[in-house]
Design a protein around this ligand. Structure first.
Ligand SMILES: [Zn+2]
Length: 264
């Protein structure tokens, strides 16, 4: 077995992982903006959403351009939300942390994909209340494909994780709808949990649900206390699933793998 990425490449590899993570984070901004609007991810090049002026490459450098332009478009002076550089920086930091912690290259790819897809799904679900198939379905395939080089999950546990995650949540949503008489979760959540199961295996997937439910309850309760109980309010589950899954890659999956290793 090859050594972990960190042991193989050290600080140089960490810097490259962070830099590539920064560029991917920049692409995630494009994905989070264009995918839900059914626009092409490659054409046309980046434009200001306010005035439509094409953005020159030197005004499109991750994080630095935003700081240099003081968070405003060069042509129309419209404010560029801080969430753009925050997403780039967040993705870069996560990729560096994944690089530091991954036991194999395959697990690095799994963690990097999970963090980036998770961040994109987090934002798209918050903005549009959808979890696009274009991310979740390939995510299931990627999770299973990468399991072949993983020490954390076998191909069987990746497939089992996807089936249990999607199947279990589908059953839960179906029962909830029958009992409560209203739709609780969308099919987007079902496919997303399938992706999480393929990337983390059944153990990590279950930890993700528990973390997401706990965080969702706390935030939901706080929201209700702050705004007064609005029964029509629908709490999005996707953003919590995304954060829960990223947390589970770092904290739950290694523990689950160690626990599994105790058994023949
Ligand atoms: Zn503009």
């Amino acid at each position: 077995m090859s050594p972990p990425p960190w042991a193989e490449l050290g600080t140089f590899g960490l810097a490259v992982a962070a830099l590539v993570g920064l560029l991917v984070g920049s692409f995630l901004n494009v994905v989070a903006y264009r995918l839900p609007r059914d626009e092409s991810l490659v054409r046309p090049g980046s434009r200001c959403p306010s005035c439509g002026t094409p953005i020159a490459w030197h005004d499109n450098v991750p994080v630095l351009s935003w700081m240099w332009l003081l968070g405003r478009c060069r042509s129309c002076r419209a404010r560029i939300p801080a969430r753009y550089p925050a997403l780039e920086l967040g993705n870069a930091v996560l990729w560096a942390l994944v690089f530091r912690a991954a036991p194999t290259w395959s697990d690095f790819a799994t963690g990097a994909f999970l963090c980036s897809a998770g961040l994109a799904l987090f934002l798209i679900d918050l903005d549009f209340e959808i979890l696009p198939d274009a991310i979740t379905l390939p995510g299931i395939a990627i999770g299973i494909a990468l399991s072949f080089g993983s020490v954390r999950r076998t191909p069987l546990s990746a497939i089992l994780g996807a089936a249990l995650g999607a199947g279990g949540l589908f059953l839960l949503a179906f029962l909830y709808e029958k009992i409560a008489g209203q739709e609780g979760m969308g099919l987007g959540d079902v496919k997303m949990l399938g992706m999480v199961g393929a990337l983390l295996g059944p153990g990590g997937m279950i930890v993700t649900i528990m973390a997401a439910s706990l965080a969702g309850s706390v935030v939901g309760l706080g929201w209700m206390l702050a705004r007064g109980g609005d029964r029509k309010m629908r709490l999005r589950f996707g953003p919590f699933l995304a954060l829960g899954a990223i947390g589970a890659w770092f904290f739950a999956a290694p523990l689950v793998a160690r626990y599994r290793a105790l058994w023949p």
